[in-house]
Design a protein around this ligand. Structure first.
Ligand SMILES: CC(C)(COP(=O)(O)OP(=O)(O)OC[C@H]1O[C@@H](n2cnc3c(N)ncnc32)[C@H](O)[C@@H]1OP(=O)(O)O)[C@@H](O)C(=O)NCCC(=O)NCCS
Length: 186
């Protein structure tokens, strides 16, 4: 078994998983408000390099919208979770879980993995970490994905999400909504 072929049933589900990359181990951990600079750097890179895949824009988080307290409130652990993937000292990916469209759902948002560590299971590990957190407070995980974003659609299908036409997209009509039921913790 290679390091990135996880055995979820053997893992402590309270801890986000770790994966490996060609550039060394990728650690996945929860970002706290004091990590706001780290999250700012990875989120702004994601919005700059992969603008077409997100409903938020670089302008939404730049200029006068680029404020420390805004980044910190995004990382408030009372209402949301942000996981950051780190290789060495560099952030190479992130994903967040925020309140969903109903009281029983959490929305998976802001998924991004840096090009040089793609294809190695980092996104799947981020999803598993968000799922573990979400399962303690909701029964479903939901998301929106651009209809033409085939890599992300396949990622979410592989992670167990199915298309759910009853939900409305969080951004554009060109988005597909998907959801999956969460296994409740024992
Ligand atoms: C989509 C994205 C998050 C995938 O990250 P990743 O770490 O490379 O994904 P993983 O290695 O965990 O891949 C897991 C599965 O996703 C699917 N997948 C990922 N990248 C793919 C690609 N380029 N083409 C087809 N399927 C792909 C595959 O099913 C893959 O499993 P497999 O390798 O066993 O076939 C990454 O490409 C990315 O950040 N893209 C730009 C931003 C984006 O689209 N974000 C999502 C917005 S909704």
């Amino acid at each position: 078994m290679t390091d990135h072929e996880h055995r979820p049933e053997a893992r402590d589900k309270s801890r986000p998983p770790e994966t490996t990359s060609r550039t060394g181990p990728v650690e996945i951990r929860q970002a706290v408000p004091d990590d706001w600079r780290l999250i700012r750097s990875v989120r702004l890179r994601a919005l700059a390099e992969d603008a077409a895949t997100f409903s938020a824009t670089l302008a939404d988080w730049s200029g006068e919208n680029d404020r420390e307290e805004r980044w910190r409130s995004r990382l408030d652990p009372a209402v949301s979770i942000t996981l950051v993937a780190v290789a060495g000292a560099s952030p190479v990916g992130m994903a967040s879980g925020i309140p969903g469209q109903s009281a029983s759902s959490i929305a998976l948002v802001s998924m991004w993995v840096a090009p040089d560590v793609r294809g190695q299971g980092v996104a799947l590990s981020l999803i598993r970490g968000i799922e573990s957190w979400a399962a303690t407070r909701a029964t479903e995980l939901e998301l929106s994905v651009m209809a033409d974003n085939a890599p992300a659609f396949r990622l979410y299908a592989k992670a167990g999400f199915t298309v759910d036409q009853n939900r409305k997209p969080d951004g554009y009509d060109s988005e597909i909504t998907m959801a999956k039921s969460l296994e409740q913790p024992a």
